[in-house]
Design a protein around this ligand. Structure first.
Ligand SMILES: Nc1nc2c(ncn2[C@@H]2O[C@H](COP(=O)(O)OP(=O)(O)O)[C@@H](O)[C@H]2O)c(=O)[nH]1
Ligand SMILES: [Mg+2]
Length: 204
């Protein structure tokens, strides 16, 4: 897909601020600092559209980016940062659980995990929610440039095993990614394009 326009639309802090124009949404979700914003920027080949941060756990907003005036990329707040207060952690859960349960225009979720580590308990919890809501999703293991090819293969196999134990359904695949080298970029775009096109051909 050729991207001819990218625009930051808004940060939503509560449900009443979600967009209502019905355009399809592709959401990026995962642990705090895992590389969600970097993935958005690398997919779009822009620097700094989505804000990347070395102080994780601060953004509790849902950020909407409009692409080609046709569909949205949605940057969800991250989870699992140990130093955020308990009430912030609870509100993360509610915000994302609500978004996944209620968002009819959500056509694809991109669940990002860290290719260096085994998926965390919260990663598995998120996968359960995706499966429970019957949402199509793709799991992407990012930062794979930080591993040797050998380690990367080993970790992918381990992650697949752990993730598949939760269930696979519409989202069995695990794709290796790097925002730095662009590895996996084409595979992710293909999934985005298929999901957006399918939703616009047969509106439900
Ligand atoms: N080497 C490498 N660093 C990455 C990659 N993706 C993200 N990072 C770095 O990881 C940190 C957190 O990334 P960010 O996109 O802000 O994570 P977010 O909190 O999930 O949005 C930043 O310092 C990024 O530069 C990647 O694929 N490779
Ligand atoms: Mg971010």
């Amino acid at each position: 897909m050729k991207i001819t326009s990218t625009m930051f639309v808004k940060s939503a802090f509560e449900e009443s601020q979600w967009l209502r124009d019905g355009r399809p949404e592709v959401a990026f979700m995962g642990r705090s600092n895992v590389g969600k914003s970097s993935m958005i920027n690398s997919l779009l080949r822009v620097k700094g559209l989505a804000r990347t941060s070395s102080t994780p756990g601060r953004t509790q907003a849902i950020n909407f980016f409009l692409l080609n005036e046709r569909f949205y990329f949605v940057d969800l707040p991250g989870y699992g940062f140990a130093r955020v207060p308990r009430d912030v952690r609870a509100s993360w859960g509610k915000l994302v659980a609500d978004y996944l349960a209620k968002r009819d225009s959500l056509v694809l979720s991109i669940h990002i995990v860290d290719s260096r580590h085994e998926p965390t308990t919260l990663d598995l919890q998120l996968r359960e929610w995706l499966l429970a809501n019957g949402k199509p999703f793709l799991t992407v293991a990012t930062k794979s440039d930080k591993l040797s090819q050998n380690e990367s293969h080993k970790n992918l196999a381990r992650a697949r095993k752990v993730l598949d134990a939760v269930g696979s359904g519409a989202g069995g695949e695990l794709v290796a990614y790097s925002a730095t080298t662009g590895l996996g970029r084409e595979r992710v775009w293909r999934a985005v394009e298929e999901a957006v096109t399918a939703s616009q051909q047969s509106p439900s």
